[in-house]
Ligand binder design. Structure first.
Ligand SMILES: [Zn+2]
Ligand SMILES: [Zn+2]
Length: 155
């Protein structure tokens, strides 16, 4: 485990996702050069991330390095954000909840995606986790796993 006080980042850029350990950067514009060929300046802002939202990076076991190279996943900090606390995750959970309602909790019942007013990223997130299946990007259905997740959340 890396030393929590000196190595843990305190904020994340809303634009490029960069971590910072500098408290003075909080609320400031990022300004990092992004894109190729790095001509654009990132206009994201560093927002505070509470200590509970960080975990040891699994990719490099908290060392910040993979085969002597800087770990890409944690930007060499040895710390990674907890996945379950992101907005996208919350939106994806809202999506499967409304899908659950629309299908009376029956998995594998197809509905059109239009009426669900879900953001594309939330849909992708739910698909990645095996909660839903999307067909020809219009029809969507809850998987057994997704239905169980909603049921468990209610219990
Ligand atoms: Zn940035
Ligand atoms: Zn790492």
């Amino acid at each position: 485990m890396p030393d929590p006080i000196s190595t843990r980042p305190v904020a994340v850029c809303t634009g490029c996702g960069a971590f910072t350990r500098s408290r003075s950067a909080i609320g400031q514009t990022c300004g990092a050069r992004v894109g190729a060929p790095r001509t654009r300046r990132c206009d994201g802002v560093f927002l505070v991330v509470v200590p509970e939202e960080w975990q040891q990076c699994r990719q490099c076991s908290g060392t910040g390095k993979n085969e002597r190279k800087k770990c890409m996943r944690c930007q060499g900090t040895g710390w990674d954000r907890l996945a379950a606390t992101t907005n996208v995750d919350l939106e994806a959970r809202e999506l499967i909840k409304s899908l659950y309602k629309a299908t009376d909790g029956k998995p594998l019942l197809w509905r059109t995606i239009i009426g669900l007013s879900a953001k594309r990223v939330a849909v992708d997130h739910a698909v990645e986790r095996g909660w839903i299946v999307v067909e020809s990007s219009r029809s969507v259905c809850l998987t057994v796993k997704g239905a169980r997740l909603v049921r468990d959340a209610k219990a």
